[in-house]
Every structure is written in structure tokens, then in C-alpha cells.
Design a protein around this ligand. Structure first.
Ligand SMILES: Cc1ncc(C[n+]2csc(CCOP(=O)(O)OP(=O)(O)O)c2C)c(N)n1
Length: 895
């Protein structure tokens, strides 16, 4: 292109900019700087001869700029995202989204339109119409809050470059219609077939199926191979059948309660169960799964994130983004549950990110019976996401093609930027919270409106019939065919439920560690790199450990823990440890993450050990964000996935979540109750996660003393987990190794020490590690001369010995569950009387549990310890000392 000899190619990367200036020159715009006029025209005069700048024109052009800017940032406030009049609080369309507000001086004048239209210049009305069409149709785009300008610019360019008006081929339109019809008909079928049963139908939100279809359609182009979708009740049955391969007859059997659970107990209701299948789209295979979830809304979402991360961790870097996480929410739960923001907060953190999640809110504008006005302080239910730098696309569910476009945009954004994105599907709920509920009690106007509303499939069919994509008759035929197929499908003979895998209790060779391995691990506690300078105090601690390996009782708790991890790494077992300040260890005992004293560079010393070993193990320790529930849930999900032998090709792994102090774990009680302790019985979902919970009474007050051992013990049944309260490093070493290598995956709940970390008596010798094994009980002393055997668990053993010396027989129950009945029977055979001693108040700790266990063995026990209390421990160290003194006196009295 030439003008006055100007060649655009001469301007290299600025050629586009110069082309725009050239357009300005040709149009005679007064906005062009004189110097450019000289470049293009030779004399600096405008081609239309108007040398003078019209101030009104300049002002109007500025108004155009602010109008465009306003639409980009606030156009969503005027977008047609909601078809209902009586639904959620709808934002008022701001005056700045109306052209009248700008008072343009001359309607015929044309203005530079910044690439919005094909022509560089257009009238204010034309510019307004275009920008209004882009930003105020069925999708509301929120992206101007993104702090990375590249991300915002990418979305803007995408939306303004014709993407917002993508036309779909007839074949795609028919696919969308089929998905809508399938969703609608499936729920209609359940409705007539299983009258009065809860199914939390998708009706009103059928476009959710269009989102999933459109993501599947794009999966080949955007290189997605594995999709996992965590969702709650709404539309779940429909999605399980239509997308996750759940056989209809199996679901029918669940509706009729003809399942294994009806015969054997256990199990869960149908709308909590998961499923997995494979889709093939133009020869491209995509796995699609839905994990099991409890009723507690939003809690499955971090679990699903952990599962996804585990799957990604098994892939090379360039393939990680092929594993996609779709996290589905309700409008009320998204706004109301704090765990949602905890999950957003970790979405970009090294230990917890999973290449971006697509969040889909099924926004049916009501939460059970509660209006949006009563359930959130914000305008949109999605607003919490904006604080985490996440773009949000609100889309009207009655416009399936807009839904598909928004889903494609979300997926493209996620693949490009590896960041989260939210799709707010603004839809409705045809029935009440469940189908037995009458929603008109509380939302009479909304439900009067909804009773007249046509289904999305009907609305869409009318549109595409008008466009000529199908005929009325073909639509009727398609609807009938889909219903007939579903009816035929549900009549098929149910396939036999898969029996739960019974894993034989094999004897695990966990305790065959030799001295050479221990020496190797001990050497690896200090990084090999000679340039790395350790902090002097850390250096002293590690050197002391290295020197004490062969000393009697030379291996303290922290050292034993490191030796367990190190030897497991040599065995090829991968380890993930996550928790608040876990790298150093809250009590400064771990130091498996080191920082160079001069540069602060972070080094994991075990990397050196891994490099020496031919086995491909990994060691990761992550200092987690200050969250208990989301992080424990994430690590639980990670462990479930890692312990799924089929997906990991039988690679051993140890996944550990650590509480800063044990009682903080109760902030994650839902994860403990609904997942860790019960998932195997409900969902046949095995998991070998370890919870490290610092526990012990040291006069630190009511909030830093107890990991609430009593609650875990109350939750023990049917061999669902292992609960231990150990008293020395060797026991920890063996139990961690056993836990990692055992093929029977069960959660391990471990009370861990604070003061005992440095207690010399709690140290172990190297022989205990190389020759010993884990012992569920430990016995010491002789009861011949004493009236009683004293029973206890954990660190209190050392207080007992301090009080009574070596005199009596003391039995430590190291593993409280499974209850070591055989070992105890043998040990207590000759006991004249038995007394249980503990630090915790009588109504806490293990006492109630052991009392009941011994009662069932026909053994009576007495109690020594603190009386019942409401608070866990005293806040006064003086009072604490008095309690200890009293404890000692009582102990002596039983001898
Ligand atoms: C954590 C939690 N609190 C309360 C409930 C009880 N409950 C079940 S559904 C529901 C309303 C959910 O509304 P929303 O998130 O908008 O989803 P919708 O059912 O409308 O799809 C409530 C309060 C629950 N299941 N989980």
C-alpha cells in the first residue's frame, strides 16, 4: 500500500497503527496530527481541505471513546441475560448504556470507531448499535476487572471480532436441540415413571447440557482428553445419564431401591453417586467423569480439584492442560459458602493449581425457597470470583447458541491462560427445590410466570425452524424419537452392580529397611550443592541429627519422619505433604524445605536423594494457604485419585495433610465426616490419606491442646480408617511406611506430638528401625509387684513414667482403631485391675471409647485424669501444673 510513497511494510510491527492513521488521513479527520498529514500528503494539509479542528467534533469523538469504554466495562449490566421478570435482583441498565445520554452534536457526522465496525468511521448511532449488540445481547461479559491487561485484551478482542455473533451450522443447531430435548424428556420420563421421588430435575436449566456438549465439541481443537465434573444435586441424574455414561436401567434400579445397599446396607442415595465414561468425537476420545458427592453443597469442589491435579501430576508438563475440571455450583451456594473462595484462592498456587477450572453456576435464581435478595449482598451470585481476577460470563439459558459460544470462550480462555473462568448460566427451576415441594408458597409470582414459560427446547426449536435448520415435522419426529429411545433404554435389564473390590489383606514388607538406606537418607538432609548455605541454626540441627543416627535413642520424631519419607522415596513411592507451614514444620522440627541463608532460594533436600535413585518417585511439600476445609478436601481428592490403582498403574504414594494444631482440623469437619471417614462405605471410594494432627496437653490453653481424638474414635466403624496416637519415632517410621505401601487404602488419623518432638526418652535407636516393626500396643515394666496395670495412649506415657518410675506395668495403645483386641487380651491376661490414664478431660480423649471397647471384652477399667470439662484445657499454666501434680498423686495411689 502506498500513499505519498508511504509503504506500510516499512513500519514493521507498527504497520497496523500506521494503517489506522492512514485511514484517518483519507477520511480527512481533524484528529490526525499535522506531522502525519505531512507524511501522507506531503504538505500537512487535510485531503478535504479542512485545516481547522472542530471542537464539537473532538468532544463527540471523546464521547465515542467513553461510550465504548463504558460498554466494555459495564455493558453486562444491560445484557439480556435473564428471561424472567420475577427472578433474581436484576441490575438497572445504567444511563451510560443509552445513546441519548451522550448528546451527540450532529447525527450525520462519522467517528473513528476503533475497529468495531468494518469501516474505520461510522456514525455515533451505528457505533452504538454495534457495541450494544456485542455487549448487551444474551451474554454479559465481565473482564475489565482483570489485572493482567493481556487477559482482558484477549477477551475484548475475541468478543469484538465477530465471535459474539458466531453462526452455527445446522448440524450443530440440531445437536444442541437434541441435547435440550434429551435433558427435558429424561426428566419428564422420571417424573411420570417414579412419581413423587426426589430427582432435583434439570428442567429450566436444560442449557447446561449445551455447555457440556459445546465443551466436548471443542475438545479436539483445544486438546482436552479428560474431563471431570463435580456437581451437586441439580440436574445431576440427567447429567450422569446423558454425559457420564450411567446406564439408565441402573438409575431406574436406584429409583426403585433395588440395589446392593438394599440388601447389605451402606451405599448412598442415587443423586450422590458418580460415574465415568468415554466420549468419542470425530475419533477424538475424551474421558468424562463425575465424582461422588455428599449433600453438603460446594464441598465436593475442592475434592474434584485435588483429583484433577493428581491426574495432571501423572502427565508431562505439555499435556497437563488436557485434563479439564468443570466445577458446577448453585447460585445460592456459590454466593453463600466460604469454601468457594478458599478454592478460588488456591487456584493459582503451586501446590493446588490445576491449569484453570471452568466454574459453571446453574443460576436458577432461587435457593430452595430463598430469594437472591435474602441470600447475597452482591449484584450477581458470581461476584466473589471477581476478587480472584477471574473473568465471568453471564449467559441467558434461553439462548442456547449464546450459551455454546460462552462455553467455547471460557474453554479457550482456560486453555490459553491456565486460569479459572466462571460461566453464570441464568436459567430457571421448573419445579420446587425437589419435585415434592410446592414453590408457589414462597415464590407465587415467579411460579405463575414459570407455569406459562415454554421449555428451552421448544423456544429454540421455533427459532431454528424459522431459520430453516429443520421443519416442524422433523422436530416432532426428533422429540418422539428421543423419548422413545429413553423409554426403551430404561426398560433394558439392569446390569449387575459391580461388586466392591475386595483387596486381600497382604502382608506388606514395609519394615525391610537397612542401615545403608538410612545413612543415605540422613546424608541427603543437607543439599549436595556446595554453593547452598544453610541457616546456621538449621545446619546445627541437621548436623546433630546426622551425628545421632547411631546413638541410643538418637532418632527423634522429626528425624524418624524424615527417614520414613526418605526410605519410601528410595522404594519408588511418591510423597505429597501439604499443610500450613509444613515445609519447615510448625514446631521447627521438619526442615524438609530449606532456604539458602544468602539468597533465600528454596530447596527440597530430598531432590538429591531422588536423583540418586533409579526409581521415579517425587517428593513435594507445600506450605498451604490458611485454609483447612478446602485444602484438606483437595488433598483428600488427590489421595483418592493417587490411590486408584487403575489410574496410577500401581504407583505407590503417600499423601499427607497436616494441621497446624490438631484442633484446627475441626474447621474441615465436613470433609472428615462426609468424605474421609464415610466415603468407602457410601461410595466404595478408597483413600489412604494421612492426617497429621498435633495433639497434647502442655499448658497452652484450650485451643492448642486437642486434635479431638474422641470425635475420630466415635466415627470408627466397619474398618473405615486407622487411628493412632504414637509414643516414639520408630513407631512413626514404621506406621508411615506401612501406610504408604499397604494395598488396602484406609485413611490414617495420627495424633502427632509437640513437646514430645524433643523429648529425649521418646527417641528411638537405629535397630528399632532396621529390625523392628509397627506394634499396635507397647508394654513396659512388670505388674507383678503392682496392684494395677496402667493403660494409656501417646505422650502421657512419659508423664506416667515420670510419676511412678519404672515400677508398674504400663501398656500404651498406639493404634486405637482398628482396636488391637487380641494383643490387649494377651497383655492383660494376668492383670488384677486396670486403670486408664489420660491427659484430656474425662469426656474427651480416648476414655469413653476404650471404656466401651473393654466393656465389650468383659473387662472393667478405672479412670485417672482430668474431670469432665466444657473447655478442652485451662488457659492458666499454673492451674495446668496443679492438674499435673494431682494426676501424679492419683497415679501413685494405684500402685
Ligand atoms: C452446605 C449446605 N447447606 C444447606 C443445604 C440444604 N440445601 C439443599 S439445596 C439448598 C438450596 C441450594 O440453592 P442453590 O445453590 O441455588 O442450588 P439449586 O438447588 O437452586 O440448584 C439448600 C439450602 C445443603 N445441601 N448444603
Amino acid at each position: 500500500v502506498e500513499n505519498n510513497g508511504v509503504k506500510l511494510e516499512d513500519y514493521g510491527p507498527n504497520a497496523g497503527y500506521v494503517a489506522e492513521l492512514l485511514d484517518l488521513y483519507k477520511s480527512g479527520s481533524p484528529l490526525l496530527d499535522k506531522s502525519w498529514k505531512q507524511v501522507f500528503g506531503g504538505n500537512g494539509a487535510s485531503t478535504n481541505g479542512s485545516a481547522a479542528i472542530d471542537p464539537d467534533y473532538i468532544l463527540d469523538q471523546i464521547k465515542i471513546i467513553s461510550l465504548i469504554k463504558f460498554f466494555r466495562s459495564r455493558g453486562h449490566l444491560g445484557a439480556q441475560i435473564n428471561s424472567l421478570h420475577n427472578g433474581m435482583k436484576t441490575p438497572r441498565r445504567p444511563a451510560e448504556l443509552n445513546i441519548e445520554s451522550y448528546h451527540f452534536s450532529n447525527p450525520t457526522k462519522t467517528f473513528f470507531c476503533f475497529g468495531l465496525l468494518k469501516d474505520s468511521f461510522a456514525t455515533a448511532q451505528n457505533i452504538f448499535d454495534e457495541i450494544n449488540r456485542i455487549y448487551c445481547s444474551s451474554v454479559g461479559y465481565e473482564f475489565e476487572h482483570l489485572s493482567d491487561p493481556q487477559e482482558a485484551e484477549w477477551i475484548r478482542a475475541k468478543v469484538e471480532s465477530g465471535f459474539a455473533s458466531t453462526k452455527y451450522a445446522d448440524v450443530d443447531k440440531l445437536k444442541f436441540l437434541s441435547r435440550l430435548l434429551e435433558a427435558e424428556k429424561l426428566d419428564q420420563l422420571f417424573h411420570t415413571r417414579f412419581i413423587g421421588t426426589k430427582r432435583f430435575s434439570i428442567q429450566g436449566a436444560e442449557s447446561f447440557a449445551v455447555i457440556l456438549q459445546s465443551i466436548l465439541n471443542s475438545s479436539e481443537k483445544l486438546k482436552v482428553r479428560d474431563i471431570s465434573l463435580a456437581m451437586a444435586h441439580r440436574g445431576r441424574l440427567n447429567t450422569l445419564v446423558s454425559f457420564a455414561g450411567k446406564p439408565l436401567p441402573m438409575l431406574a434400579a436406584e429409583f426403585e431401591d433395588k440395589t446392593e445397599a438394599a440388601v447389605k446396607g451402606g451405599g448412598d442415595v442415587k443423586y450422590h453417586l458418580g460415574s465415568t465414561t468415554e466420549h468419542v468425537i470425530r475419533n477424538h476420545k475424551v474421558s468424562f467423569s463425575i465424582p461422588c458427592n455428599p449433600s453438603h453443597l460446594e464441598f465436593v469442589n475442592p475434592v474434584g480439584a485435588g483429583m484433577i491435579r493428581a491426574r495432571q501430576d501423572l502427565l508431562p508438563q505439555h499435556e497437563k492442560s488436557s485434563v479439564l475440571y468443570l466445577s458446577v455450583h448453585g447460585d445460592a451456594s456459590f454466593a453463600g459458602q466460604g469454601i468457594v473462595s478458599e478454592v478460588f484462592n488456591f487456584s493459582q498456587l503451586p501446590g493446588y493449581k490445576s491449569h484453570g477450572t471452568i466454574h459453571i453456576i446453574i443460576n436458577n435464581q432461587v435457593g430452595f425457597t430463598t430469594y437472591a435478595e435474602d441470600s447475597r449482598s452482591t449484584n450477581y451470585c458470581s461476584d466473589v470470583a471477581k476478587g480472584f481476577d477471574v473473568p465471568v460470563f453471564h449467559v441467558n439459558a434461553d439462548d442456547p447458541e449464546a450459551v455454546a459460544r460462552a462455553a467455547e470462550l471460557a474453554l479457550e480462555f482456560r486453555q490459553k491462560f491456565a486460569k479459572d473462568v466462571v460461566l453464570d448460566l441464568v436459567c430457571s427451576r421448573k419445579y420446587g427445590h425437589n419435585e415434592g415441594d410446592d414453590p408457589s408458597f414462597t415464590q407465587p409470582l415467579l411460579y405463575k410466570e414459570l407455569s406459562k414459560k415454554e421449555s428451552v427446547a421448544t423456544l429454540y426449536s421455533k427459532k431454528i425452524i424459522q431459520e430453516g435448520a429443520l421443519t416442524e415435522a422433523a422436530f416432532k419426529e426428533l422429540s418422539e424419537q428421543i423419548l422413545a429411545d429413553l423409554k426403551a433404554g430404561i426398560e433394558e435389564k439392569p446390569s449387575i452392580n459391580k461388586e466392591s473390590k475386595v483387596v486381600a489383606d497382604k502382608v506388606v514388607a514395609y519394615n525391610n529397611v537397612d542401615l545403608e538406606d538410612l545413612k543415605k537418607v540422613t546424608a541427603a538432609l543437607i543439599p549436595e550443592d556446595s554453593d547452598f548455605e544453610l541457616h546456621p541454626k538449621v545446619k546445627a540441627l541437621i548436623l546433630k541429627r546426622q551425628q545421632s543416627l547411631l546413638l541410643p535413642k538418637g532418632i527423634d520424631w522429626g528425624f524418624a519422619e524424615a527417614l520414613a519419607y526418605g526410605t519410601l522415596l528410595l522404594d519408588g513411592c511418591s510423597i505429597r505433604l501439604s499443610g500450613q507451614d509444613s515445609g519447615r514444620g510448625t514446631f521447627s522440627h521438619r526442615h524438609l524445605e530449606l532456604h539458602d541463608y544468602n539468597t533465600a532460594k528454596r530447596v527440597l533436600p530430598f531432590d538429591g536423594l531422588i536423583n540418586q535413585s533409579a526409581k521415579k518417585s517425587t517428593f513435594e511439600v507445600f506450605n498451604s494457604p490458611l485454609s483447612e476445609q478446602a485444602v484438606m478436601a483437595f488433598d483428600y481428592g488427590y489421595a483418592v485419585q493417587m490411590h486408584d490403582q487403575a489410574s496410577t498403574k500401581k504407583k505407590d504414594s503417600l499423601v499427607i495433610w497436616e494441621a497446624q494444631f490438631g484442633d484446627f482440623g475441626n474447621g474441615a469437619q465436613v470433609i472428615i465426616d462426609q468424605f474421609i471417614t464415610s466415603a468407602e462405605e457410601k461410595w466404595k471410594q478408597n483413600c489412604g490419606i494421612v492426617l497429621l494432627l498435633p495433639h497434647g496437653f502442655e499448658g497452652q490453653g484450650p485451643e492448642h491442646s486437642s486434635a479431638r481424638l474422641e470425635r475420630f474414635l466415635q466415627l470408627c466403624a466397619n474398618n473405615n480408617m486407622r487411628v493412632a496416637n504414637l509414643s516414639n519415632g520408630a513407631q512413626l517410621f514404621h506406621l508411615l511406611r506401612k501406610q504408604a505401601l499397604d494395598s488396602q487404602k484406609k485413611p490414617l488419623i495420627l495424633m502427632t506430638p509437640k513437646s514430645m518432638l524433643r523429648l529425649p526418652e521418646a527417641g528411638s535407636s537405629v535397630e528399632e528401625l532396621t529390625k523392628g516393626a509397627f506394634s499396635p500396643i507397647l508394654s513396659s515394666g512388670d505388674s507383678k509387684s503392682a496392684k494395677s496395670v496402667i493403660l494409656c495412649s501417646g505422650k502421657v506415657y512419659y508423664s506416667i513414667r515420670k510419676a511412678i518410675g519404672t515400677e508398674a506395668k504400663v501398656v500404651r495403645i498406639e493404634q486405637l482403631y482398628p482396636w488391637p483386641e487380641t494383643e490387649l487380651k494377651k497383655e492383660l491376661l494376668k492383670a488384677k485391675s486396670i486403670v486408664w490414664a489420660q491427659e484430656e478431660p474425662r469426656n474427651m480423649g480416648a476414655f469413653s471409647y476404650v471404656l466401651a471397647k473393654f466393656a465389650s471384652m468383659g473387662i472393667q477399667i478405672d479412670y485417672i485424669g482430668r474431670p469432665e470439662a466444657a473447655g478442652v484445657a485451662t488457659g492458666s499454666s499454673k492451674w495446668h501444673a496443679q492438674e499435673e501434680a494431682k494426676f501424679f498423686v492419683e497415679l501413685k495411689s494405684v500402685l
